[in-house]
Design a protein around this ligand. Structure first.
Ligand SMILES: NC(=O)C1=CN([C@@H]2O[C@H](COP(=O)(O)OP(=O)(O)OC[C@H]3O[C@@H](n4cnc5c(N)ncnc54)[C@H](O)[C@@H]3O)[C@@H](O)[C@H]2O)C=CC1
Ligand SMILES: O=C(O)C1=N[C@H](C(=O)O)C[C@H](O)C1
Length: 256
């Protein structure tokens, strides 16, 4: 059995992850964390409001769907206390990811930070990287529900990072272009523009739009329901048991 803690279990993703864990015959829910929880126990597992009270919980994996402001300290806490982190929470800086990977190697502890657990979104990122080699002019439009705290999305940032590996940084658009309304051209990642849409009714969606002489290419992924992320979370939980360092991106556990 893989013993699992879920941090952020009262949230949209955390509550979906609880159902997923309860459905797996090889997972056991052994602890739940959320500052908003009032019960002492839920789904047969003890409930905590503060992670400091969880050091004695016997667990293999720490699933984290909390919020960007606490994602780093939670992941650090998991690694330091013997739990393998499987983190979906977004908002990490490059330096934070690097220091967590370094720590995991020192501790020889497996882990995963995945900006997107939906298999289709992981494929979108890989296809975008392949396309950027031949279509270096590209913009990203990410669209999410209106309760999302961070912008741009972790997925949009990771997509841009992957494309930057195969694309020379360069300015896109007219050299003398001017924003007459601030922000009109979106965020700038090495010349690639990222646009964030927030609307009620949406879940998580992304378009990567490539343009070239006389042709265009658009790659799009849609998560219509948060169940879309659960195959990837379950895969991550099983795979972190077999590695001795933290990986950034679910693609590390897929045969792509
Ligand atoms: N990697 C992926 O595939 C996905 C990642 N996400 C990310 O997951 C995160 C959570 O998203 P939602 O569930 O929509 O947010 P949410 O706001 O519905 O839930 C967050 C929960 O975390 C709890 N929380 C806050 N601070 C905490 C702490 N220190 N320890 C434990 N729990 C804490 C809150 O009380 C809340 O219940 C966001 O960063 C989002 O971008 C969301 C969907 C998919
Ligand atoms: O907040 C969300 O909902 C999501 N967050 C992740 C992100 O920032 O990329 C993954 C997915 O897009 C849903």
């Amino acid at each position: 059995m893989i013993r699992v803690i879920i941090a952020g279990f009262r949230g949209r993703m955390g509550s979906t992850a609880v159902n997923m864990v309860l459905e797996q015959t090889d997972f056991e829910l052994v602890g739940l964390l959320d500052p908003n929880a009032t019960d002492k126990e839920a789904f047969g597992a003890p409930v905590f409001n503060d992670k400091k009270d969880m050091v004695d919980v016997k667990a293999d994996v720490w699933i984290d769907f909390t919020q960007p402001a606490v994602a780093y300290e939670n992941t650090l806490f998991a690694l330091e206390n013997g739990f393998r982190p499987v983190v979906g929470t977004t908002g990490f800086s490059d330096d934070q990811i690097k220091s967590l990977i370094d720590l995991s190697k020192k501790e020889k502890r497996g882990g995963l930070i995945a900006p997107n657990f939906a298999l289709g979104a992981v494929l979108l990122m890989q296809f975008s990287k392949a396309a950027a080699k031949y279509f270096p002019d590209v913009e990203i439009i990410e669209l999410h529900h209106d309760q999302k705290k961070d912008a741009p999305s972790g997925t949009a940032v990771k997509t841009a990072e992957l494309m930057a590996e195969v694309r020379e940084a360069h300015h896109q658009g007219a050299v003398d272009e001017e924003e007459t309304l601030s922000g009109a051209r979106g965020a700038d990642f090495e010349g690639m523009r990222i646009h964030s849409v927030r609307l009620p009714g949406l879940v998580a969606h992304q378009e990567v739009i490539f343009g070239s002489q006389g042709e265009g290419l658009t790659i799009r992924h849609d998560s219509y329901d948060r169940i879309s992320f659960m195959t990837g979370v379950a895969l991550g939980v099983r795979q972190v048991m077999n590695v001795t360092e933290l990986k950034y991106g679910l693609e590390h556990f897929l045969d792509l």
